[in-house]
Design a protein around this ligand. Structure first.
Ligand SMILES: C[S@@+](CC[C@H](N)C(=O)[O-])C[C@H]1O[C@@H](n2cnc3c(N)ncnc32)[C@H](O)[C@@H]1O
Length: 251
């Protein structure tokens, strides 16, 4: 959708309040003084509960990627910081076609900006394998963080709880920084009494059960609970999150 096309149809405006924000207004709003500290902090979390096609999230991503470039003295650091910036951005959108565009717009924004800087300022070349890994990891993060659902009922179109990933940075060990992906339902996050998705919550692993629901479609609900293995993501470097490595932690 171009800047000028702010509505798709009258019906969608009436039914879903779907009116997109022009770029100029997005920029004016993001220029507000009180947002600057958070925009400069790569890990500072932003959640857009009615994200549309990503008017705000893509611009926040652009701004955070600029900061990632400014604070990175080497290519490795830039790869890591660009993904840290991306992993702090979350969106919920009700309409499936908007979610597809939201995901696509986030991927295009990240890929274009990251590749441009990596090639122009860190002399990476187009078929550089690390560029591919960074972009694949970015796609994994975006698909996990941009969620189809109703922010009010906290459910998606299949009636399931909205599921979010936290990308928790682990302390640097032997010069390597890894990230622990942790799954939380939106309910769990909000019911902590603070709508800040960076809130630290214990006992995350059981939330991953929903990921396996389809495998147990014919079982009785009780059996499903007992037989579903708990999963935990394996800590990996940020540039390897695309592998989505999991370990079973219980039967
Ligand atoms: C006014 S538009 C704003 C879109 C985007 N934030 C922007 O500024 O361009 C509102 C968006 O929220 C979505 N929406 C409406 N109700 C929602 C709900 N309960 N949960 C999540 N998204 C919702 C609509 O589909 C629409 O894309």
């Amino acid at each position: 959708m171009t800047e000028e096309q702010l509505i798709k149809s009258k019906k969608r405006v009436q039914q879903h309040g779907e009116v997109f924000t022009p770029k100029k207004i997005v920029n004016l709003m993001l220029d507000q003084e009180e947002l600057q500290e958070n925009l400069r902090d790569l890990s500072s979390t932003f959640l857009e509960p009615s994200a549309g096609e990503g008017a705000f999230l893509t611009e926040i991503l652009r701004r955070k990627l600029k900061i990632a470039r400014q604070i990175s003295a080497s290519r490795d650091k830039y790869d890591e910081n660009a993904l840290i910036a991306l992993s702090s951005l979350y969106g919920i959108e009700l309409l499936e076609d908007n979610v597809e565009l939201l995901v696509m717009n986030m991927i295009i924004t990240f890929s274009n900006e990251y590749t441009r800087v990596a090639m122009a300022e860190f002399t990476a070349n187009a078929d550089d394998v690390v560029i591919r890994h960074v972009i694949d990891s970015a796609k994994t993060i975006i698909r996990a963080n941009m969620v189809q659902g109703n922010a009010l009922t906290r459910l998606n179109d299949r009636g399931e709880s909205l599921l979010f990933s936290e990308w928790q940075l682990l302390p640097i060990k032997r010069g390597v920084r890894k990230v622990q992906r942790i799954l939380y339902t939106f309910d769990t996050i909000l019911d902590q009494g603070d709508a800040d998705v960076t809130v630290q919550i214990e006992q995350p692993a059981y939330e991953a059960i929903d990921l396996f629901a389809d495998l147990f479609e014919d079982d009785e609900p009780k059996q499903r609970e007992a037989e579903t293995p708990l999963v935990k993501y394996v800590p990996v470097k940020l540039t390897e999150v695309y592998k989505e490595l999991v370990e079973a932690v219980g039967e």
